[in-house]
Design a binder for this molecule. Structure first.
Ligand SMILES: Nc1ncnc2c1ncn2[C@@H]1O[C@H](COP(=O)(O)OP(=O)(O)O)[C@@H](O)[C@H]1O
Ligand SMILES: [Mg+2]
Length: 359
């Protein structure tokens, strides 16, 4: 059994080798930890800044054994870690945070919304379906239009389509691959917001100010934070976050996506049991950013302050936009964060900039 708090010099494992893993590894290194990554791609963004990169599939028993032997605690940068990997790590006696329950809930959109509603975090009305017939029945019950999403493995708006009429439900079900789906009532939102929250091993929680998010083609484009928000709205979001993290006995940072409805009502869209793109503003807007906060939480350290010290506009650099790095480097108010990805692909998240202004 690992004893917490982990002293500096301990080793933290990260499953996943992308940009979130890279920024977690950099934050861990700053606190004196060593990092070992597990990622199937050689030469990954996270692996290149870690002290050791294990190259292997996420559920490869030998790779998991090597990871578990090397690390005092293991975390992850994406929520689709295979359940088999979590079971194997548990059998090896590894300490994994956030825990298996949070992963399971976040991996399945029906389980997720069921959990949220049971814990005082309201969502849109929804229904699960696993056949063309039940999909049509779900749309009839919810009313059209309804949004059909695969229950598992969607991201960046992939794996979801609007059903305009109940009669279209069977066709959309087949177009999404004839896999189990969720149908959701439309959220008539005025803004998309998110809240990044952390919970430590002692149950202490720390919640960052609300962020306002703008998407393009299902991908986050821009975050403004702290978002313009009344005290009442901020308190409502914080209360929701504390209930969700407490309900999962959560350890680590979580991203909670919200819809703000007219009149200030908040619905939870989805939760991510990890650091989140809409929390990148904290790197230059807060004393302790979401990456350090996550490392602190999983290492059993005290959580850091979450107050904003600046106002930030975060812009994702997608595809060849990252080629403008030299221009961004000239802008005095701009902090540039590049992920070291070897290959530019259209729409790929290559980096982001934080434009920093006084509060
Ligand atoms: N029920 C809904 N009503 C209206 N818009 C929605 C609904 N669900 C999702 N969206 C829109 O689609 C985007 C992506 O959906 P989301 O469930 O967050 O999937 P992903 O896992 O791809 O991020 C949301 O940010 C929001 O803009
Ligand atoms: Mg989302």
């Amino acid at each position: 059994m690992t004893a917490f708090p982990l002293p500096p010099g301990s080793t933290i494992g990260i499953i996943g080798g992308g940009q979130l893993g890279r920024m977690l590894a950099l934050a861990a290194a700053r606190l004196g930890f060593d990092v070992v990554t597990l990622e199937p791609e050689p030469d990954s963004p996270a692996g290149r800044v870690a002290s050791r990169a294990i190259v292997g599939d996420y559920d490869d028993p030998q790779a998991l054994q090597a990871l578990s032997e090397a690390c005092d605690v293991i975390t992850y940068e994406f929520e689709n870690v295979p359940a088999a990997a979590v079971t194997t790590l548990a059998r090896l006696g590894a300490s994994v945070a956030p825990g298996a329950r949070a992963l399971a809930v976040a991996q399945d959109r029906v389980d997720e919304k069921t959990f949220l509603n049971a814990h005082g975090a309201p969502t849109v009305a929804f229904a699960g379906a696993d056949s063309p017939k039940s999909a049509a029945e779900a749309v009839a019950a919810l009313g059209a239009p309804a949004l059909m999403k695969t229950r598992r493995e969607g991201y960046d708006g992939k794996g979801q389509r609007w059903v305009e009429h109940a009669a279209d439900a069977a066709g959309v079900f087949e177009a999404l691959g004839s896999v189990p789906v969720i149908l959701e009532a439309p959220a008539d939102f005025t803004r998309e917001l998110s809240v990044i929250a952390a919970r430590g091993r002692d149950g202490e929680t720390a919640v960052y100010p609300l962020a306002e998010n703008h998407h393009e083609n299902g991908v986050l484009r821009r975050t403004l934070a702290p978002a313009r928000a009344s005290k009442a709205l901020a308190e409502k979001a914080e209360a929701i976050a504390v209930r969700i993290l407490g309900g999962l006995d959560y350890v680590g940072v979580m991203g909670i996506e919200l819809f703000e409805l007219r009149g200030g009502r908040l619905l939870v869209n989805e939760i991510a049991p990890r650091v989140h793109n809409s929390g990148h503003w904290t790197q230059d807007g807060c004393g302790v950013d979401q990456f350090e906060q996550h490392i602190r939480a999983v290492a059993g350290w005290p959580l850091g302050p979450t107050v904003a010290v600046a106002r930030v506009e975060m812009l994702n650099l997608l595809g060849d936009e990252a080629e403008a790095w030299a221009r961004h480097a000239h802008e005095p108010e701009t902090r540039l964060h590049l992920y070291g990805k070897r290959e530019i692909k259209a729409g790929r998240k290559m980096g982001h900039v934080n434009r920093v202004r006084p509060l």
